[in-house]
Ligand binder design. Structure first.
Ligand code: AMP
Ligand code: MN
Ligand code: MN
Ligand code: MN
Length: 299
């Protein structure tokens, strides 16, 4: 049986969203790449939050193993901000959105400076989170979270969640997010990240393809999601995640339809954070629907 190239491409096992200890993952970049090799991935991207620190090691290990490696990042954005303007935006609550960049040059100055500015805000937020926990009688949690963060400038909510689980205050990291750390709960500190336009601009300047991460996860209405995707496209955005560890299967179909309708390339990634903390291991999630154009055609 013959199989033409485009069909073969679509069936390839690309996993374009993964984390390491450079942000809030549990594995070293080396261990992550070795796991991707063992899991049968055809290509993998490392997309740590707001840092490119793990890319060098991951790239070297991928080369040793002849695995195709894509240099990535996942940027924390707040949308909409005042600069996003427009009457339609006025009533939308500012929401944290994650924008993945694929195929980036980590040496690009615009990207490097932009990411540095985001990390500068993380430590301050973490101290405020520690104070919030102290107010409900959970003392010293900042210190625990700080110890757990391998990359101190990348301290985030996941490290606090692990600290809570480590003290036995919750049964799992997931439960820590349910009871604490999310809007309206103790330990949640509202934070202003960077603008959508800036994040997309830095990724593009670094030669990368901007991708909206897990669009089904945001607390936005359908109309608001469309407005977000429209702003993203105008800023230079090219792709959305369709098959991700953060989507339910019905959302694969929903976002496949939106990708078609709005002319986006489709991405696929497990959003793997480590053993016991993710729905799917690298490369172990469903393939992209065959009628979509995979984002790796642009890489
Ligand atoms: P931060 O960027 O510090 O606000 O942390 C965001 C990270 O927290 C995400 O990338 C996820 O890794 C993790 N996270 C957010 N919500 C949940 C949840 N409900 N369950 C488990 N992890 C979560
Ligand atoms: Mn994360
Ligand atoms: Mn994310
Ligand atoms: Mn992620």
């Amino acid at each position: 049986m013959t199989i033409n190239k485009s069909v073969r491409d679509k069936l390839q096992n690309f996993d374009l969203h993964n984390h390491s200890i450079a942000s809030d993952g549990l594995l070293t970049p080396r261990a992550l790449i070795e796991l991707a090799v063992a899991s049968g991935c055809d290509a993998i991207a490392l997309t740590d939050h707001d840092t490119t620190d793990g890319l060098l090691e991951a790239g070297e290990v991928a080369r040793e193993n002849r695995l195709r490696f894509i240099r990535g990042v996942e940027i924390s954005v707040t949308w909409p901000l005042a600069a996003d303007g427009g009457a339609a935006h006025r009533d939308i609550k500012p929401t944290t959105i994650h924008i993945v960049g694929l195929g980036i040059d980590p040496a690009n100055a615009a990207l490097t400076c932009g990411l540095e500015s985001i990390r500068a805000g993380r430590l301050a937020r973490a101290r405020l989170m520690g104070e919030d926990f102290a107010r409900i009688g959970i003392d010293g949690l900042f210190d625990d979270a700080y110890d757990l963060a391998e990359n101190k400038t990348m301290i985030g909510r996941t490290h606090f969640a692990r600290a809570l689980a480590g003290r036995g205050l919750v049964k799992s990291v997931g439960k820590a997010f349910e009871r604490y750390l999310t809007f309206g709960r103790p330990g949640y500190v509202a934070h202003r990240w960077v603008s959508l336009v800036d994040a997309v601009g830095w990724i593009s300047a670094a030669g990368g393809v901007p991708v909206v991460a897990h669009p089904g996860r945001y607390k936005l209405s359908r109309a608001e999601i469309r407005l977000l995707l429209n702003d993203f496209k105008i800023a230079g955005g090219r792709a959305i995640e369709v098959v991700t560890g953060s989507h339910q299967p019905y959302q694969y179909r929903e976002y496949a339809a939106l990708a078609h309708e709005m002319g986006f390339l489709a991405s696929r990634g497990s959003d793997y954070h480590g053993p016991g903390e993710s729905h799917f291991q690298p490369g172990k999630l469903p393939l992209l629907p065959a009628d979509l154009t995979p984002v790796w055609h642009a890489l």
